[in-house]
Structure formats: C-alpha cells, structure tokens
Design a protein around this ligand. Structure first.
Ligand code: SF4
Length: 495
C-alpha cells in the first residue's frame, strides 16, 4: 500500500518515546525477570554480581542476592540497577559459596522493595530463599486457600506462594518442592536455596529459559547463556521442561517433577527468540543473533519490497535487518540511533520542546534516510503507538517511503507466563486487520513474519515437537496450559 495522502493526514508530530515515562508512550513489551545461581564457588557473590549485570536487560527495577555461608544467609535487595544496589562495602558482607540472585521488572504499582527477590524465609529446617522468573497462573487461588488455612503473606509475589507450599509440607525439601511445583501452573524458572542445598526447576513446558554452566567444580545457573559467558563459565546445557535439579553434598542429582508428554508439550517462549534475550545468548543450541538474522532473511523471502536502504529498530531488530539486507541485496544502514543513557530521567521535555523535535530515546539518521525508500525492521507491534512514532520520525527525517516488516506474527493475545502485556483490547492486532494497522502506523506497506517462518528461523522442528517446541500463544491463542482458574485470568508477571 502506498498512500501519501494518508501519510500526511495521519502525521501528528509525535515522536518515538520522547520521554513521557516508562509506561507512557513506550509500548514495547517488558521482560519480567532474570535469575542467576551459584553452587559451591568461594566467590559466589561476585559471580552473581557479574551474572546479574549481564541479565540486566531482563529487569531494571530491583536486584537482589542471597548467599549461604553454611550456618548463615547473607542477603541484600534494593531498588535500581545491579550496579546501584550493590557497592563494594555491601559485596564484602555477602560471604558464602552458594548464591541465588535476581533482577526484576515489575508492573507499575507493584514496584516495591518487599517484592524484590530473592525472598528469604525461616522455616522449620533452617533458612529458605527463592528466586523466580515467570508467572504462576493459579497463584491467586492457591494463595486464597493458604490464607484461609492460616498462612500470612508478606508480599504480593507469586514466589511466596511456592515458599509457603514448601514450608507447610510435612515432607523433606525435595519431595515438598516436587509437590509444590506440581501444584502450580504457569511459566517459571525457579532457584530455591537452603543453607546447604540448591534446587533448580523449570516449568513442565520450559516456557522461561534457564541454562546450566560450570566454572571449575562450581555449578552455575542463569536465565541466559550470556551471563555464563560473561564470567567465563562453560555452557553445559539448558534445563529441560519439568526438570528439578538438586545440588547438595552428594553432587548433582537430576530429577524430574513432571514428564514431557502430550499434556506437557515443550513450549519455550517465542518472544525470547524474537525480542527479549540478548543476541549473544544461545537457546536450544541456537545463537539468538543468528536466529534473528534468519528471521530477517525469511521475512525478505515472504514479503520483499523494493527499497534503497534497510534499517532495524535498535537494538533488538538490528540482527534481523542485517538478515533482510543480505537476502535482498538492499544495503543495511544505521538509520536510527538509540540513546543509551535515558534509563532514569527526571526532566522530560516540555510539549514545546517536543514540538521542536527533542527526542530522548531514538533518533533517525537524517543523512542515511533522507530521500530514500526505507525498509524498517522491527520485532513486534503491541499497541501500534511506538511503530507510528518511529515511522513518523523516519518520514520527518526525509524518508520518501517507509515499509515496515515485523519479524513476528501479529501479537493478538496477552501473555500469562511472565511477560507484561496490555489487555487484549489494547493490542492493535487483536481488533484490526494488517491493512488497518498499516494505515494506523502511517506506513507505506506492512508485513508480519508467518508462524512457519518463525519456527524455521529458530531451528524448531514441527516433526519432533508441536509448533517446533515454541509457545506462540500471543500470536495464535493456543496456550500450553490452562489459564482460567475460578473464572479468573491472571496475566503479566507474578514474580
Ligand atoms: S504467550 Fe507469547 S510472550 Fe508469553 S510465553 Fe508465550 S510466546 Fe512468550
């Protein structure tokens, strides 16, 4: 579709995220949490610090770490980035050789220190610390039952529900953890620590990523392999869906709490491949940068458009833009620059300054796009507002045509497994056709990657795994778990 009249009519002068606050104009999806664990390393706290730092993109609101020295737990949690929460003096107090750590993003209103993780408890057998990434769909129901039978909760976090289930069980830790993990439904990666044990678990579908590495004799666990790479650890393998690893004085015990079967199909979050995870991470043996390049390349095959330059919305879409450019022969150019220093700003531009074009987060490179037909690659369209601002920004910098190519299928349904998504009514693709969205975001043409193209690009195999082992529910409404408990849908993040 090429409709310059529409372009002029819809142009409203808004730019991409001028700085109206975290939840204002910025409508990208938010990753919820990252976890990092160490078993038996004398520098457990330092390794966790660097590991969490590498996982910072998964959550910027709070960070925390709990270290066991054997008899004691030493822990600290705070609001802010890892480098803000932990200073040298604080790190010196975190003595011990087993550790779990956490970075968290939370939905607004829920952003408070009491919910920062790891959560730490005293129970009958000593100390217990829990850190998780994900969301438990039936947590409200279990919480109500526990409260009715006398439990008192300190936080609004789902993680505490699991701690209560473990603490109230008459069984030993491992059996109590298995019972608790079988009771909960959702997408989760758990690290559970006692004074002398570390338990590591992934939900029965493997919705949230979790990986294992080794450094010397020490075992390490992280949401993404980039954290292992950062500290020089060797990657061993991804944690399997339904697996429960137990690390204690007997070494590593590889147990399961749920079997991989038809009911529990493998379903790793497709958005990890598309957008969330760092491009230098590997998932299921595939490097994310390479997978995103293949998405771009496949996109070019599925919906080629003649143009002068290809550019990607930084940072997550640069790899896909390179793939699109390689496949088509259209040159890849740096058409947009992201300002990396806008994390926390208190001074926002006034309306007047905005009208003058003050852009805090993203700028178009005028010399690259001026007078050019531009293919703009992005990873997803949520409400449509961000896409419209970026298209308008490119047009204002002189692009003569802007063709938008999205390296995921249309995002139509909310996530119940730990990704903060708006209500279905706010998701533009749930109610509008591709042509309507194209007009809404002011593009000359718009295409989305097909589900088959996505599965192929990430190396998934439809023959061996349903949907290539991916969760794609936000595209196709086919959720791997039951999501409606007591008529109550619970989406977003429960960490
Ligand atoms: S619903 Fe979408 S965002 Fe949520 S786990 Fe599935 S693929 Fe990921």
């Amino acid at each position: 579709m090429s409709d310059e009249v529409t372009a002029r009519t819809l142009w409203n002068g808004d730019y991409y995220n001028e700085g109206s606050g975290k939840d204002g104009l910025f409508d990208k999806l938010k990753e919820e949490c990252g976890v990092f664990g160490v078993y038996r390393h004398p520098d457990a706290a330092s390794l966790s610090y660097y590991g969490l730092h590498a996982l910072q993109h998964r959550g910027e609101e709070s960070a925390g770490m709990c270290v066991s020295s054997g008899p004691d737990f030493n822990y600290h949690r705070g609001m802010g980035l890892v480098k803000e929460v932990f200073d040298k003096d604080m790190m010196a107090t975190l003595v011990g050789d087993i550790a779990i750590g956490h970075v968290r993003y939370s939905t607004s209103g829920d952003s408070k220190l009491t919910n920062a993780q790891p959560l730490v408890f005293k129970y009958r057998d000593g100390n217990l610390a829990v850190a998780t990434n994900g969301n438990i769909v039936n947590a409200p129901q279990i919480r109500r039952e526990l409260e009715q039978s006398g439990s008192i909760f300190q936080t609004t976090s789902d993680t505490e529900v699991v701690a209560h289930l473990i603490a109230r069980s008459p069984k030993g830790l491992v059996d109590a953890a298995k019972d608790a993990l079988n009771r909960i439904v959702g997408g989760f990666a758990f690290l559970i620590m006692t004074n002398d044990k570390l338990l590591v678990a992934s939900d029965p579908h493997g919705l949230r990523p979790l990986t294992m590495g080794k450094l010397g004799d020490a075992y390490l666990f992280a949401s993404e392999t980039c954290a292992l790479e950062t500290i020089g650890a060797e990657l061993i393998r991804d944690i399997e869906p339904g697996e429960l690893l137990v690390l204690d004085e007997n070494g590593l015990l590889e147990e399961r709490f749920a079997n991989h079967n038809r009911e529990h199909r493998k379903a790793l979050c497709a958005m990890e491949y598309i957008y969330f995870a760092r491009p230098d991470s590997d998932m299921n043996g595939a490097n994310l940068h390479a997978a995103r390049k293949r998405m771009g390349s496949r996109m070019a095959v599925e919906s080629f458009v003649d143009a002068d330059v290809v550019t990607g919305v930084p940072d997550s879409s640069i790899s896909a833009a390179i793939g699109y450019a390689e496949q088509t022969g259209i040159p890849y150019e740096l058409g947009m620059i992201k300002n990396k220093y806008t994390g926390r700003t208190f001074i926002q531009p006034s309306q007047e300054l905005r009208e003058q074009g003050v852009k805090m987060k993203l700028s178009a490179v005028r010399r690259v796009v001026e007078g050019k037909r531009v293919v703009m690659i992005d990873d997803s369209i949520v409400r449509g507002t961000t896409s419209r601002r970026i298209v308008n920004m490119l047009r204002d910098a002189g692009a003569t045509e802007v063709h938008v190519r999205i390296t995921s299928p249309p995002f139509k349904n909310p996530c119940f497994y730990g990704i903060d998504t708006p209500d279905r009514r706010e998701l533009i693709a749930s109610s509008k056709s591709i042509e309507e969205i194209c007009r809404e975001i002011n593009a000359d043409s718009l295409s989305f990657l097909s589900p088959e193209g996505l599965i192929t690009a990430v190396g998934g195999d439809n023959e061996t795994d349903y949907k290539g082992g991916l969760c794609m529910a936000c595209f196709d409404n086919d959720y791997p778990t039951n999501i409606d408990f007591d008529g109550e849908e619970k989406f977003g993040c429960g960490c």
